[in-house]
Every structure is written in structure tokens, then in C-alpha cells.
Ligand binder design. Sequence first.
Ligand SMILES: Nc1ccn([C@@H]2O[C@H](COP(=O)(O)OP(=O)(O)OP(=O)(O)O)[C@@H](O)[C@H]2O)c(=O)n1
Ligand SMILES: C[C@](O)(CO)[C@H](O)COP(=O)(O)O
Length: 250
Amino acid sequence: MSDDSRSSQAQSSVAAVIPAAGRGVRLGPGAPKALRALNGTPMLIHAIRALAASRAVSLVVVVAPPDGAAEVKTLLDAHALPDRTDFLVVPGGDSRQESVKLGLDALPPGHDIVLVHDAARPLVPVDTVDAVIEAVRDGAPAVVPALPLADTVKEVEPAAHPGDPEPVVATPERARLRAVQTPQGFDRATLVRAHETVTDNVTDDASMVEQLGLTVVVVPGHEEAFKVTRPLDLVLAEAVLARRRLNDGF
Ligand SMILES: Nc1ccn([C@@H]2O[C@H](COP(=O)(O)OP(=O)(O)OP(=O)(O)O)[C@@H](O)[C@H]2O)c(=O)n1
Ligand SMILES: C[C@](O)(CO)[C@H](O)COP(=O)(O)O
């Protein structure tokens, strides 16, 4: 990338889309996952604060549960959030991909870099957010934070019937595998094109950019950017928050 284009990217403002429309089936019965409390505060508010902690982020688009946009607007009004950040709330869709697309469609002009961040990753540190933004500003069309795996991974032939044993097909070389987190960062035009082009249902936005044949760059992720998916993740999230409170001297 030339010095000129790098400096114009460096000044471009960053918007974040936060898909928060999921039910949280794997977490068990209750309110939509993003609205459940962690240390008394909704997970979504933690996630918004984590993104808005980056001084580069000037707009956050929250993609609310389809029937929960009004409730989310009320939540945003009721919690302290940075003045320098603007907020929009839009209703989401049936899949994460659809929800992200609805958030993208609501983005006003003027934001050339877009982050997509799961509400279900409420504790991502601001340094990770900034590292993703910096890599996009350095010219990568798509950037994902990721960590090496702790476990060996097996590819299996999925069971035809529940309870049947699953034969192992392969053991991928672990050193080449990464567990991918969010926020994922994109040159906005690339992300829009990916969402307009790719029709299969995928689990993250970066894989849509891969399907366009473009390079996706990995930056170091963070253990605290884990996704709250199952009940034990709530225990871990509360423990991380308790440790942060101790470290902050509260
Ligand atoms: N229709 C959907 C489904 C998911 N998400 C969001 O995508 C993120 C990652 O999804 P996941 O952790 O799988 O959340 P859920 O879909 O809620 O979880 P589950 O599959 O257990 O129901 C979450 O912030 C979730 O709110 C969304 O905005 N719209
Ligand atoms: C985007 C993501 O968080 C990256 O790890 C993940 O793919 C979301 O997957 P889920 O099936 O919606 O939990």
C-alpha cells in the first residue's frame, strides 16, 4: 500500500456492528443471550463498552433480537456509554449472517472500516480491538484475531444416528490451526461485497471474504475474548470480571 493511501486509511473512521440477535440456545433457557447479566450488567453492554473503549470507534450498530429493538434502545439509554460514540439499533434476522447484513445495511456513509463483534464476546480487551483496526489500516482487506489451539483436533465422519460412534477421518496438523475470535475487521467495501456475493450460510464474516479469493490476515487474539456459549462460560466470565475488579482496586 502506498504512503498516501495508508494515511487516508489512517484517518478513516471505524464503525462496529454488534450482532446480538441470537437466542443463546446452548446457554439454556432464559432471555436472549446478549441481554443476560454478567455481574449485574447485560452482556451486550459489556460488549459495547469493550468496543467503544477504542478511541477509533465512532459508531456502534447494535443488531437486536428481532422483537427486542425497543428493549435494547432502553438498555443503551440506561447505561453509561462513551459520549464520543454514536449508537444505532436495528432488528436482527434468523442467522448471525443475516443479522450482520442487516447491521451493515444500516451503516451511514463515512465509515470506511467496519468491525463485526459478537455480543457474546463481552470481555475482549481494547488492545485486541486496536490491533485488528491497525491491521486493516495497514492495508489488509480482512483481519481476524485468533489463538493457537490447546487441544488436538480430529476430523470425523459425523454419526448418521444420534449416539452412533464417529470414525476419525483425519488429524489436522495443530500447528497450522487457529481458533478465531471477534472483532473481525474489514475494509467496508470488501465486507459489503462479501455479504452481497456469498449465499451459503457461514459461521464468520472472514470466511465470506476468503470465498472472494482475498487474503484474510490473522493477528493475536486474547483468552479473555472467549465466546460465552455454554453455562460454564458464564462462570468464567464472572471470574474474569472479579479479577479485573481486584486489579482495578475496587
Ligand atoms: N440470528 C442470530 C444468531 C446469532 N447472532 C449473534 O451472533 C453472535 C454469535 O453467535 P452465538 O454465540 O452462536 O449466539 P447464539 O446464536 O445466540 O447461540 P446459540 O447458537 O447457542 O443459540 C451472538 O452475539 C449472537 O447474538 C445474531 O445476531 N443473530
Ligand atoms: C464469529 C465466531 O465467533 C468466530 O469464532 C463464530 O464463528 C460464531 O459462531 P457461532 O456458531 O455463531 O457460535
